[in-house]
Design a binder for this molecule. Structure first.
Ligand SMILES: C[S@@+](CC[C@H](N)C(=O)[O-])C[C@H]1O[C@@H](n2cnc3c(N)ncnc32)[C@H](O)[C@@H]1O
Length: 265
């Protein structure tokens, strides 16, 4: 993993990220909602690649799944190791320290948007294909190509010229590099996908693409106003987002997308 990415995660603690903001809560709730419809019933072996400190491993282990988490950061692996029904080891999505055909489901909720080279992302998909059993589901998260620009308005970053300069390259090439001149709270080195791009990568790795769904849709831009929706009408909000999750016209407005595939065997 590139040193600036490691430094970013050491500086801004990943544990607790999804509970710290209303848009983080929405990302978590919607990702969980999709996982609950896509994963096989427990007991099953889930490989959580880039699982950080176990934000999804913890509730999955609590449900009776056996989770093996892989992450390149020592701190994340140490925290995940103490979770119920969870083992954790250091590793990279491009070269998983895991036997062939051993997982009933593979999660890649993080690695793909930190790999800026397409060949590396296809390699990560190939590894997911190798370690998964025939018929297993693979769920991978990406960040939308347009999320940085929209975030620039939500948080006001676009008033700063350095953000606009960085954004020009992101929009043109997908590569986001917060190096020199950027603020430490701006996101670290990443790749921001076009809506169908991850599906094309997965297909190149030999996987069968089932569907691409938006996680938050455009609702993450409600920012602080999301809190009252989540407090008073969470199920109403989730039901409408579920209804339009595959709507192609909304995919690019979502901050995160999930590409759901199967190992064709
Ligand atoms: C934003 S966090 C997401 C964590 C969690 N899966 C979630 O969805 O909230 C991205 C995670 O991917 C991990 N990561 C980055 N590059 C990776 C790679 N090449 N292989 C595996 N994990 C990677 C990071 O260490 C970090 O824990």
């Amino acid at each position: 993993m590139r040193s600036e990415i490691t430094a970013y995660y050491e500086r801004l603690a990943e544990p607790g990220r999804l509970g710290a903001t209303p848009w983080g809560k929405l990302e978590y709730l919607r990702t969980w909602d999709v996982l609950m419809r896509e994963l096989p019933a427990p007991p099953a072996q889930i490989l959580d690649v880039g699982g950080a400190a176990g934000v999804y491993a913890a509730p999955l282990g609590g449900m009776g799944y056996d989770v093996h988490l892989i992450d390149p950061l020592d701190e994340h692996v140490a925290m995940a190791s103490i979770l119920v029904r969870t083992t954790a080891t250091l590793g990279d999505a491009r070269d998983l320290p895991v036997p062939d055909a051993s997982a009933d489901a593979v999660l890649m909720l993080g690695p793909l948007y930190h790999l800026t080279e397409r060949a590396d992302r296809v390699r990560a998909w190939q590894e997911a294909a190798r370690v998964s059993k025939p018929g297993a589901v693979i769920v991978a998260a990406t960040i939308s190509r347009y999320a940085s620009m929209l975030d620039g308005f939500v948080k006001g970053y676009l008033r700063e010229p350095a953000f606009g300069e960085m954004l020009e390259r992101t929009l043109a090439e997908g590569v986001h590099e917060n190096l020199g001149g950027g603020k430490p709270e701006w996101f670290t080195t990443a790749y921001f996908h076009l809506p169908n791009e991850a599906a094309e990568e997965a297909a190149d790795a030999g996987l069968a693409v089932k569907r691409v769904v938006s996680v938050e849709g455009p609702l993450w831009m409600l920012a602080d106003r999301l809190d009252s929706w989540l407090a008073d009408d969470e199920e109403l909000l989730l039901s409408w987002l579920r209804r339009v999750e595959e709507e192609p016209g909304l995919l690019g407005s979502s901050s995160h997308l999930l590409t759901i595939c199967r190992n064709p065997g």
